[in-house]
Design a protein around this ligand. Structure first.
Ligand code: CTP
Ligand code: CA
Length: 234
């Protein structure tokens, strides 16, 4: 609360938090990746644990120490993350999709290392890609009319071309159908940074709250909004 006391408002609750960035193998030595460090997902896990929750932490390539008390599930690719989320989302009160998930993966992973053509110094390979599963969207669809789990998405957007980052985030909130969409304006870059500023939107794209400060402060602001949207305790 405002005096800095710990609010134990997640006792008896279980959260599945995804964190980090997926890697899509191209060949035995190379992959497509992104800049996500896992810090926001980690901050969410720490904050949820402090508030009394049990936490399953699906970690995609995160080089950080496991938050004490979290059940860590390590994985690499978007397909592995989709599998992990599908296996666990039915057992938790909330799914928090903080991971940066690859939108594209190799259409066919090469079993052999991709080699340069030594006879032609200008030749380059063409990478064939295909779309990955939208895990957030499929989790919303899988839930259907059930109220469990509550679902939180994240969106880092850049504005431009006459459309603001906020407008894009509002449209994404409506498209995804998650209970909350945490929107981060990255027009000037944030990955790996300690501080953060977000707007928390509902599924209609309406703004519920804003938060700025450390990733821990942002995490608590997200949990503040989530706690009232958790399914009824049976
Ligand atoms: N997400 C997901 N599965 C994917 C891609 C994204 O579950 N294959 C989740 C992310 O974890 C995040 C949310 O969807 O919580 C929004 O991710 P974002 O990349 O902003 O959305 P996309 O629909 O992929 O749109 P864009 O084309 O802007 O990348
Ligand atoms: Ca994406």
């Amino acid at each position: 609360d405002e005096r800095g006391a710990v609010v134990r408002d997640l006792v008896g609750r279980e959260l599945l938090i995804t964190a980090g960035g997926t890697r899509e193998d191209l060949d035995p030595v190379r992959f497509l990746a992104n800049h996500s460090s896992g810090r926001q997902g980690w901050a969410l896990a720490h904050a949820a644990l402090v508030r009394g929750a049990r936490v399953r932490l699906a970690a995609a390539n995160v080089a950080l120490e496991t938050p004490p008390g979290a059940q860590r599930l390590d994985l690499g690719s978007a397909a592995e993350l989709a599998e992990t989320v599908a296996a666990h989302r039915g057992k938790v009160d909330a799914l928090v999709m903080a991971a940066a998930v690859a939108d594209f993966t190799a259409a066919g992973k090469s079993d052999a290392k991709i080699k340069k053509d030594e006879s032609d110094p200008d030749s380059v390979p063409t990478l064939a890609l295909r779309r990955t599963e939208d895990i957030l969207r499929s989790s919303v669809l899988d839930r259907g009319d059930a109220e469990r789990p509550a679902i939180v998405g994240f969106a880092a957007e850049t504005g431009g071309d006459g459309v603001s980052a906020l407008e894009l985030a509002r449209a994404k909130a409506r498209r995804k159908g998650a209970d909350l969409l945490v929107f981060n304006d990255v027009t000037s870059g944030v990955f790996g940074a300690a501080d953060n500023a977000v707007r928390i939107l509902d599924r209609e794209g309406e703004e519920l709250a804003t938060a700025e400060g450390t990733k821990t402060q942002v995490a608590h602001a997200v949990l503040d909004e989530l706690v009232g949207r958790l399914p009824q305790v049976p």
